[in-house]
Design a protein around this ligand. Structure first.
Ligand code: ADP
Ligand code: MG
Length: 699
């Protein structure tokens, strides 16, 4: 590698020690190379000048030419602000600054031509622009051509004159020096196949593109490179884990599976369930360790797949366990599985935080002796005293609620690690699954059991409450049951709790005893009380279940056909979809009603519209990704390891797929990178693999 790229940043023209220090502290830019890899996040076409009168028709950023005709300071202390009137030949618009007033007042010139750039926003009938960029127009100033690159900056950098424009300037000082220092790291055949820009050209163009087309092409090249090396890394990790880790060999399907399949299965498996079971079966018989993620929409029948996989383990003389994130869910699984197995000679046990000490001791012994075949529970299963005779398969339900560290404890329950099957609550967007679980095998149940009617989803504002109550009444009179869910969000727990109780009381008034019975379940209740109320509802003894999101996952009451979600705007998309999945489990037409206040943010509106438009969990997960970004969905800790500078998993789905394909193709062609054209890849990869811990195994 050339020395130029490793030159300390302070040596660059226009930087020096002070700015150099700021760049190191604020942006981790130590040398020329780091600066080259600090990419603009946006481009502005500086050749277009808008007119003030057109502002209402332009979305977002505008560029104006005109004069400041007046400036005044208003407010006091923290409310202090500076406002100015900016005028061009078509009209005026207000400018606002909330900080820096005294400095601005000194430097801004009245009735002097300025070029202005900023985001226009509407307040009531008026438009204004806060904190615009202003540049005095000096006669004979060369007209700007082409695009201006916009870089993220910080307050501290701005103080050292390294605002976006300042950063742009020092990069422009560096670019002409770059000639041949940025060698190609992708093989020719990939560049040709995808018609990519070469590396040096792309990095130069990304900072200083001639036009939007060139900028786009440069971005594609840089993003592809990031994603390609990431996918290559994941595929290699997958090969390594598959090569190295031995697992139990479940030679046969076994008598338990066969007996259940032939005599006790209450319905036909869907084709998707069959396909997934085949994949799991194949994994567990190869002598290698299974590490598989099972994706499927709410209600697609994952529990049954889990059960039948566990029966294969049993048929090979191994034990199995199923771990759920909450007690309610563990109970529910226990009840469901006991019901499925009631005519079979299988010993199923439940272990949760509320299992009594005395029962625990007996349970521990029976586990060690092998008398218990299937253990179901919460993370109580992970405690050290819980030891199995021979645990062959661990199923983990609702994956994203368990931390990696918790899961890794499962490994230590045996001499060889048990096979691991992880089931997600709702689908994870494809690009995230490929990336975060790229070294895992993924099975997808892409089909719901037959006969399900689509749940009808409606969105109502608070004003329609009476109508909604009337609807509930009609449905109850037809024999249906209703969930009414209130948000209970940690930060405002007290207030939410009060809302829940208010809601509960108003429901009791509207649906009085003895004609109606109403249950309530929330997190602050003792678990026996919760179970009692749940049972009343599950057995049809109460008409309405008022609850918090404790019922979010897993609860299965087929006769409940109406889900009312209060303050639905407070819930995220995947949560709303989970909640909706509690209905539509029986033969009746089901409904989901989203109640919201009248004022909704654009984001909340989009969530409601998405819910009304589709009930496809995969589509919803994609929408969720666009809204929240990968960090929020997967947990920032996990997304931090991605270290993507430019590529965006939410927006660059196609490139992720392409990168995956090419990485796979490369490994098929030359898995050891022996061809000369692939050696540069090997070098780069080695660097990447050495710098990262092994984070992606889920078990
Ligand atoms: P999830 O994938 O959300 O965990 P469940 O496993 O709870 O879904 O299944 C939802 C419902 O569908 C359960 O009542 C289950 O008994 C039922 N079910 C599962 N598989 C089938 C099938 N092949 N045919 C009909 N009903 C099924
Ligand atoms: Mg489930």
């Amino acid at each position: 590698m050339s020395n130029l790229l490793h030159t300390p940043i302070e040596y660059l023209k226009g930087v020096g020690p002070k700015k150099g220090e700021a760049l190191k502290k604020e942006l981790n830019i130590y040398k020329y190379e780091d600066l080259l890899n600090y990419f603009p996040f946006r481009y502005v076409d500086r050749t277009i000048i808008h007119k003030v009168k057109d502002i209402p028709h332009i979305e977002g950023y505008v560029q104006l030419k005109g004069k400041i005709t007046s400036i005044k300071e208003t407010g006091k202390g923290r409310g202090k602000r500076l406002t100015a009137i900016f005028r061009d030949e078509t009209g005026t618009i207000e400018l606002i600054w909330f900080t820096g007033a005294s400095w601005l007042i000194k430097t801004l010139k009245l009735n002097t031509p300025y070029k202005l750039y900023g985001k226009a926003k509407q307040f009531g009938l008026k438009w204004n622009i806060s904190h615009p960029e202003l540049e005095e127009i000096i006669t004979n100033m060369p007209l700007e051509t082409g695009l201006q690159s916009v870089y993220h900056s910080t307050d501290k950098l701005t103080k050292s004159y390294l605002h976006s424009k300042g950063i742009e300037k020092i990069i422009k000082n560096l670019l002409p020096q770059i000639k041949g220092q940025l060698p190609e790291n992708l093989p020719d055949w990939i560049i040709r196949d995808l018609n990519l820009m070469c590396r040096e050209e792309a990095i130069k163009a990304i900072h200083s593109p001639k036009n939007f087309d060139e900028a786009k092409k440069a971005q594609v090249r840089v993003k592809f490179e990031e994603l390609f090396f990431l996918q290559l890394e994941l595929l290699i990790r997958k090969q390594i884990t598959q090569r190295r880790i031995k697992g139990y060999n479940f030679e046969q399907i076994g008598i338990f599976f066969n007996e259940f399949y032939e005599n006790h299965l209450p319905f036909n498996l869907t084709n998707a369930q069959k396909k997934v079971l085949k994949e799991i079966r194949k994994d567990m018989q190869g002598g290698m360790h299974m590490n598989r993620l099972l994706q499927g929409d709410v209600g697609s029948g994952k529990t049954l797949v889990a059960l039948m996989s566990m029966l294969i383990a049993l048929g090979n003389d191994y034990q199995a366990c199923l771990m759920a994130p909450t007690e309610i869910l563990a109970n529910q699984h226990y009840v469901t599985i006991c019901e499925f197995l009631k005519q079979m000679n299988v010993e199923v046990a439940l272990l949760t935080g509320s299992t009594r000490k005395k029962d625990r001791r007996i349970l521990h012994e029976k586990l060690r002796s092998g008398e218990i075949h299937i253990l179901i529970g919460t993370h109580a299963l992970l405690e050290d005293e819980v030891k199995f005779k021979n645990l062959g398969l661990s199923v983990i339900d609702e994956q994203h609620r368990f931390g990696v560290a918790q899961r890794s404890k499962m490994w230590k329950k045996n001499d060889l690690p048990p096979h691991v099957l992880v089931m997600t609550a709702t689908p994870i967007p494809r690009t995230l699954a490929l990336t975060f679980y790229g070294d895992l095998d993924v099975s997808v149940i892409d089909e719901l059991p037959p006969g399900r009617k689509t749940i009808q989803t409606r969105h109502y504002f608070e004003g329609s409450r009476l109508k909604v109550f009337k609807f509930i009444e009609t449905e109850i009179n037809k024999g249906r049951q209703v969930y009414i869910v209130y948000p209970l969000i940690k930060e405002s727990e007290k207030m939410d709790y009060a809302n829940l109780m208010d809601g509960y009381e108003s429901i009791l008034r509207r649906f009085p005893r003895p004609k109606y019975n109403v249950s309530i379940v929330h997190g602050q209740m003792k678990s026996e009380a919760k179970d009692f109320e749940m049972k009343l509802f599950a057995e049809g003894n109460t008409n309405i279940m008022v609850a918090t999101t404790v019922i979010e996952v897993g609860v299965n009451v087929p006769n409940a056909s109406i889900m009312i979600i209060e303050s639905a705007e407070k819930f995220g998309l995947s949560q709303l979809h989970q909640l909706r999945g509690r209905v539509g489990r029986g033969a009746e037409q089901s409904y989901c009603i989203l109640m919201t206040g009248n004022k909704l943010s654009a984001d909340a509106k989009y969530r409601m519209e998405t819910m009304v438009r589709t009930s496809d969990g995969f589509e919803i997960s994609e929408a969720d990704l666009k809204l929240r970004g990968p960090g929020d969905i997967m947990g920032t800790q996990q997304s931090g390891i991605l270290n993507l500078k430019l590529a965006d998993l939410a927006k660059d789905g196609q490139l992720v797929t392409l990168a995956r394909e090419k990485a796979r193709e490369l490994l098929e062609k030359d898995s050891k990178f022996t061809e000369p054209q692939h050696q540069k890849i090997a070098i780069q990869l080695k660097k990447i693999l050495q710098s990262k811990p092994n984070w992606s195994r889920i078990s």
